[in-house]
Design a protein around this ligand. Structure first.
Ligand code: PLP
Length: 393
């Protein structure tokens, strides 16, 4: 393939060249164990401390509140399981219907282990039913876990309001901010969030590195019990190269946050507008105002998302669909189902997620090709025939 136009940045991102450069020395030159007594390993500790400071700076936290993990999933699991273990008298967890499987599947697992889970619904726009949440909180609620921004639609939840509700009932508040970090300004010093998960590969650090913010004083039992790394909060020899990479990515993210919210947002808006204007029977899934600046999720009626993805793929365009091929049938995602997106529209939903590395030229290329792709697919799809009929009536 000659060129790739990568607009699947909510799935993963390229490692920034600056991040890779910062990491390279830690593989074959400075490979010492940061916990070793010798200077060769010991100096690595300074680099880990510097990286911790950079991550803390991006979040408006203090370095002591940052625990490095292996990924967003580990951060989420640590937050949920660690809180339940630290508060054994409380067995209720309040979460949402649209969380990433790192929270949702875990909660379903916990439900089988005699915890009680309440999933708060969202409306047709993907907005959280805060009233339902407030009515569902109980004296035995240990944890409220609500994502900051949805990975499929980009819809942002009012997490400060939710944190306040959680605290009023004496519960801990965790947010999965895996999609928010690097895209939205975050200042935990002025926030009520107790626990926050992030993942490096969503903002130009490599895969396999994440962090959990733990507000000072929050009770949390470690998930990985082993050595004394991370002040006893996460056993396992530190992944020094990736931690240093995460620090550099955090530094870059802080510098680029304005670009994300101006240039990247403008490209996203242009792509969305051009598609909506040029293609009949399509609409945006999710509230459009309170949304990540890089994400648009568009449903194309009467076509299958997988078919659109294949046609985009032939052009070197990488995007995602809102349906997952499970056991031979195309099931709309749990997010589309929770929002009540009609079956045919959920099937034809495509997520474009941009990054600072995209160019206006790439966006125009996608916008030029979409109308023809949809027209071709509608002409041959059984949904297309139905679509023609329903458009006529
Ligand atoms: N939470 C959200 C909202 C995500 O989008 C993802 C990844 O797609 C995760 C958690 C899991 O992160 P990781 O892949 O680092 O385990």
């Amino acid at each position: 393939m000659d060129r790739v136009i990568y607009v699947d940045n909510n799935a993963t991102t390229t490692v920034a060249p600056e991040v890779l450069d910062a990491m390279v020395p830690f593989f074959c030159e400075r490979y010492g164990n940061a916990s070793s007594m010798h200077a060769f390993g010991g100096t690595v500790r300074h680099d880990l401390d510097a990286a911790r400071e950079k991550v803390a700076m991006l979040l408006g936290a203090t370095p002591g509140e940052i625990v490095f993990t292996s990924c967003g999933t580990e951060s989420d699991n640590t937050a949920v399981i660690g809180t339940l273990r630290a508060n054994p008298d409380r067995r209720h967890v309040l979460t949402t219907r649209v969380e990433h499987p790192a929270i949702r599947s875990l909660c379903q697992y916990l439900a089988k282990a005699h915890y009680e889970i309440t999933e708060v619904p969202v409306n047709r726009q993907g907005e959280l039913d805060v009233e339902f949440l407030a009515d569902s909180i109980r004296p035995d609620t240990a944890l409220v876990s609500v994502m900051w921004a949805n990975n499929e639609t980009g819809v942002i939840f009012p997490i400060e309001q939710v944190a306040e509700i959680a605290h009023a009932a004496g519960a801990v508040f965790h947010t999965d901010a895996v999609q928010a970090v690097g895209k939205l300004p975050i200042n935990l010093a002025e926030s009520r969030i107790d626990l926050l998960s992030l993942s490096g590969h969503k903002f130009h650090a490599p895969k396999g590195i994440g962090a959990l913010y733990v507000r000072r004083g929050t009770k949390l039992t470690p998930l990985l019990i082993g050595g004394h790394q991370e002040h006893g909060r996460r056993g396992g020899t530190e992944n020094s190269a990736s931690i240093v990479g995460l620090g550099t990515a955090a530094e870059l993210a802080a510098e680029r946050i304005d670009d994300e919210n101006t240039r990247v947002k403008a490209m996203r808006d242009r792509l969305e507008q051009r598609i909506l204007e040029s293609t009949p029977d399509c609409f945006v899934n999710g509230a459009r105002d309170e949304r990540l600046p890089n994400t648009t999720n568009i449903s194309f009626e009467y076509v299958e998302g997988e078919a659109i993805l294949l046609r985009l793929d032939e052009l070197g365009i990488c995007a995602s669909s809102g349906s997952a091929c499970t056991s031979g049938s195309l099931e709309p995602s749990h997010v589309m189902r929770a929002m009540g997106v009609p079956f045919t529209a959920a099937h034809g939903s495509i997520r474009f997620s941009l990054s600072v590395y995209n160019t206006g030229e790439e966006i125009d290329f996608i916008a030029e090709h979409i109308p023809r792709i949809i027209q071709d697919l509608r002409a041959i799809s059984p949904y297309g025939a139905r679509g023609e009929e329903s458009r006529r009536t």
